[in-house]
Design a protein around this ligand. Structure first.
Ligand SMILES: C[S@@+](CC[C@H](N)C(=O)[O-])C[C@H]1O[C@@H](n2cnc3c(N)ncnc32)[C@H](O)[C@@H]1O
Length: 219
């Protein structure tokens, strides 16, 4: 089985010794820019942090979809649509290689105490865009990224290469946690509006630095 975590070999790897044929000096593996950690900011749970200083605009990694399902089933009710989605997720999960299944079962689920695959899908799947609109997918490394209302990383789905591209949108210090924005709230909306939106759509109370700084001001 190919290792789904092995996403760091960039398409743009180049041999720095331009006089040498690449068959003689294979390109050096791209330096790994991050590691998965226990997030300190968000009361437990995993997160991603940088291993060294990263300049704004740097591509950090590309991720691949490991479990994908249409999330817009034609159904007579919301309940039926949910049932069809859960059946699809469970069936596709059962066809994955066992090590990948074991690994996916360690992802977080906000819907239940003992995580189920539908709950894990609901918590971690990203809605795809472009010609893949209508599908949701889990990306193994991306699924470990937490939300911030002042994110330092942006994600873009490239439907041509079928890769999720992660880039820094501002300078990231060494050992700083990397955050994306889960989306949907205007940047200038107040803390309570953002928190309500995240709670309703993603099932958690936002504990990012911006929201917590606001809590401190109020206390
Ligand atoms: C996609 S997962 C992110 C990775 C997760 N922390 C883990 O341990 O695998 C989403 C979950 O992370 C947590 N989370 C992410 N961003 C958060 C934030 N800003 N505040 C509080 N919890 C957050 C919530 O429990 C949420 O359901």
């Amino acid at each position: 089985m190919s290792n789904p975590n092995n996403i760091f070999g960039s398409d743009s790897d180049s041999d720095s010794d331009s006089d040498s044929p690449s068959s003689v000096h294979p390109p050096a593996p791209q330096e790994r820019m991050f590691e998965i950690i226990d997030s300190t900011q968000l009361n437990g749970g995993k997160g991603l942090r940088s291993l060294h200083f990263i300049k704004a605009g740097t591509e950090i990694f590309r991720d691949i979809a490991v479990l994908r399902c249409p999330n817009a089933f034609a159904a007579e009710s919301e309940e039926e649509a949910k049932r069809l989605l859960n059946e699809c997720v469970t069936l596709r999960f059962s066809h994955l290689p066992p090590p990948l299944r074991t690994s996916l079962l360690t992802l977080s689920s906000h819907t239940e105490n003992i995580p189920t695959i539908p709950g894990i899908f609901q918590t971690n799947a990203l809605r795809l865009t472009g010609r893949d609109t209508g599908s949701g997918a889990i990306f193994q490394t991306f699924a470990r990224m937490n939300h911030s209302c002042f994110p330092n990383i942006e994600h873009t789905w490239d439907d041509t290469t079928q890769r999720l591209i992660l880039k820094s949108i501002r300078d990231v210090n060494a050992l700083e946690e990397m955050y994306i924005c889960y989306g949907g709230t205007p940047e200038d909306s107040g803390t309570e509006v953002r928190r309500e939106h995240l709670e309703k759509n993603f099932g958690f109370r936002c504990m990012c630095e911006v929201c917590c700084a606001d809590d401190d001001l109020k206390s």
